[in-house]
Design a protein around this ligand. Sequence first.
Ligand code: SAM
Length: 224
Amino acid sequence: MTPWILLECTQVPGNGGELRLYKHGEDFSIKIVGRGELMNSRKHGSEDALAEMTCQRLKGCANPRLLIGGLGMGFTLAAALQHVGEQGQVVVAELVPDVVSWNRGPLGECAGQPLNDPRAIVREGDVADIIKTEQLVYDAILLDVDNGPEGLTRRQNNWLYSVDGLKAAHSALRPGGVLAVWSAGPADDFLRRLRRLEFEVEQVRVRAHGKKGTWHTIWFARRK
Ligand SMILES: C[S@@+](CC[C@H](N)C(=O)[O-])C[C@H]1O[C@@H](n2cnc3c(N)ncnc32)[C@H](O)[C@@H]1O
């Protein structure tokens, strides 16, 4: 049996613990020590769908500007670049600087080196800092930084899913813009919170791997 090989370790800024990059044959896995797997290169159907289905909801929007948090293995970024058109732009915020380095190194091939695309702009840091400070800037904000609307990577990420975080995301979007949030499963409290704000909300179930695998959840919340 092919063993999992530990390639790299790094710290998540803000006392988030340790992130590890493993390789198993052609497959990669990013894990947070003591909390489980954050991303695996074998199953990225729902990470692709996060971008594809967001872009479907932006039909009619010329040259969309997207914000993605975080980079992971680059699948959501690569899928977004396929759909934003030649003049579109995708800003990707990644909290862990080494994750960006891994994507420029061994991980880059997984998603076809999306960081080399001139339409991709990588910003090392917390996506929350961008959401807090920029207003009316994005046609879509795509969040896949934890395994759902709960701070798995680090506790501070809970702000993103709070009423304050959602209001800030609303302000960072242009009118009609879409906030999309990936989750391993449904989260009724989060859905209720979204529905109480000035968003039109859809909850969609997506397979982890093509037509197979477990079901993941994506919320699309359009700014009214
Ligand atoms: C589940 S992975 C993303 C997977 C990605 N959608 C893909 O297609 O590979 C989560 C990523 O978000 C990053 N992250 C976690 N919290 C963040 C934050 N507050 N701001 C930016 N990036 C963050 C993690 O370091 C990790 O790289």
